[in-house]
Design a protein around this ligand. Structure first.
Ligand code: GLY
Ligand code: MN
Ligand code: MN
Length: 463
């Protein structure tokens, strides 16, 4: 938890941006995994944490914009709970730590909301993403549970996005902690990998480091010899000589700030020439894109720069051909680079994504493309100091996609399918770092994590 004044100031700024009515901030409840008492690890809602800081289940907060009052609703533990779960500070004591004086039992919130509705006051809430909160909102507000996201307050979404997008120094310090734990996880995976070991063994090492640091993974680890499958969470393969390992994983600190780093390395101690050529092209692209990050530039333009660099590089390797601008405009590079260059990072690994990707990454400023590849760009808008984002280009050889495009003869003026077929089974390479946009440029967060061919091979050789 941060100091009290940080939460007070965040709520003051939120109130300043809003008009009238009530803001209802819903915390999360325990969520059952396979029977009611066997729950998933509790994860508080990130926006509840941002404005109210309390990291325990069963809470909701109300900010009355007209009365300028904040209250936290939740039930104190009974002796029965204490017997099973141990003693905990009271909600009133915890609320005081974040500058909230008023607390009340959870059940009384229904009455408060009913009264507000009777008076025709607006109840602003953020889009719910958990079934439990959708059902709860439906009960309080008399709307069908499956329509609760549509009834979320656009005014509140926009206010939250504008505040949460710009990270304060204390948040950046937490993110650097997350990234440094993530660094240890990547180094451990790189050191442990060898022919014959299972992906699951590496995944266990990696997750153990995140847990031992007092937090957890910030998302399910991607740690695979099939890096061409973008969000691959299968860990059942055995590593074999000649393969690449793609590791995309990160730690979440005990304060819930996330790291999101990707490294790709050979199962053998060195890259093959073919692997090195693709790897260095991804690396050059990543470094150039990081170098371009500064306030005032649209991330869309940095993404397009990545697409052009990848196209130029693939042309040099004989995999693509034709005019680079035209190829990128028509989306030919997306056969190899079918995702966006990056996204915002904060407490959520895809920060604020539950509020709606377009509010977060486009902001009414850029129209989202519908083209394959470009449509997956999560962040397109103009960069501002304080944004923390990922830069994560990649090149993949996806046999199913290549087969389909080739069969259709799709964009064949730009793609040398004959040569591309020599790369089936190559898998994929992605390199991802976390970058802070500063007043005059950018800063890569955390201690450097090996990424040049020399550095990666150095670690693989036992360095
Ligand atoms: N970890 C998923 C991503 O990088 O977006
Ligand atoms: Mn990632
Ligand atoms: Mn990412």
């Amino acid at each position: 938890m941060f100091e009290q004044h940080i939460y007070v100031e965040r709520r003051r700024r939120l109130q300043e941006k809003m008009s009238s009515g009530l803001i209802l901030l819903m915390g999360n409840v325990e969520s059952p995994m396979n029977f009611p008492d066997n729950t998933y690890r509790f994860r508080q809602d990130s926006h509840f944490l941002y404005f109210l800081g309390l990291d325990r289940p069963g809470l909701a907060g109300v900010i009355d914009l007209d009365e300028q009052q904040t209250a936290i609703y939740g039930d104190e533990l009974s002796i029965e709970h204490i017997v099973w779960m141990g003693p905990q500070p009271t909600i009133a004591d915890q609320a005081r730590q974040v500058g909230v004086e008023q607390t009340a039992p959870f059940g009384s919130l229904a009455e408060r909301l009913a009264e507000a509705r009777e008076k025709g006051r607006t109840i602003h809430f953020l889009p719910p993403y958990r079934a439990e909160n959708m059902i709860q909102l439906a009960q309080w507000l008399g709307i069908p549970a499956h329509e609760t996201r549509q009834h979320a307050s656009e005014e509140l979404i926009k206010a939250a996005v504008s505040l949460v997008s710009v990270k304060a120094p204390e948040e950046i310090a937490e993110m650097e902690k997350a990234i440094n734990i993530t660094r240890a996880m990547h180094l451990a995976a790189m050191r442990a990998a060898r022919p014959g070991i299972k992906e699951a063994q590496l995944a266990g090492i990696v997750e153990g480091i995140a847990l031992a640091a007092g937090g957890q993974l910030s998302y399910s680890a991607i740690l695979t010899v099939n890096g061409q499958t973008l969000h691959n969470h299968y860990h059942g393969n055995e590593l074999k000589s000649g393969q690449l390992v793609l590791g995309d994983f990160g730690a979440e600190t005990d304060t819930h700030y996330a790291g999101d780093i990707t490294r790709t390395f050979p199962v053998d101690k060195t890259f093959t020439t073919k692997q090195k050529e693709i790897y260095e092209l991804v690396l050059d692209t990543e470094m150039a894109c990081i170098g371009a990050c500064r306030p005032g530039l649209r991330y869309l333009d940095i993404h397009l720069m990545a697409a052009r660099k990848i196209t130029d590089g693939l042309k040099a390797l004989g995999l693509m051909k034709g005019d680079t601008e035209e190829a990128v405009q028509q989306g030919a590079h997306a056969l190899f680079f079918p995702h966006g260059l990056g996204h915002m990072l904060g407490m959520d690994v895809h920060d604020m994504e539950g509020l709606g990707e377009d509010y977060v990454g486009y902001g009414g400023e850029v129209q989202r493309s519908t083209q394959f590849g470009l449509k997956s760009l999560r962040l397109a808008r103009t960069l501002q100091p304080g944004f923390v984002l990922t830069v994560e280009p990649g090149i993949y050889f996806i046999p199913e996609l290549i087969g389909l495009w080739q069969q259709e003869g799709r964009l064949k003026d730009f793609i040398n399918y004959k040569k591309v077929n020599q790369y089936l089974g190559f898998s994929g390479v992605r390199i991802e770092d976390n970058v802070l946009v500063t007043e005059d440029g950018h800063r890569v967060l955390g201690k450097p994590i090996p990424k040049t061919v020399e550095e990666v091979e150095g670690v693989r050789a036992g360095g």
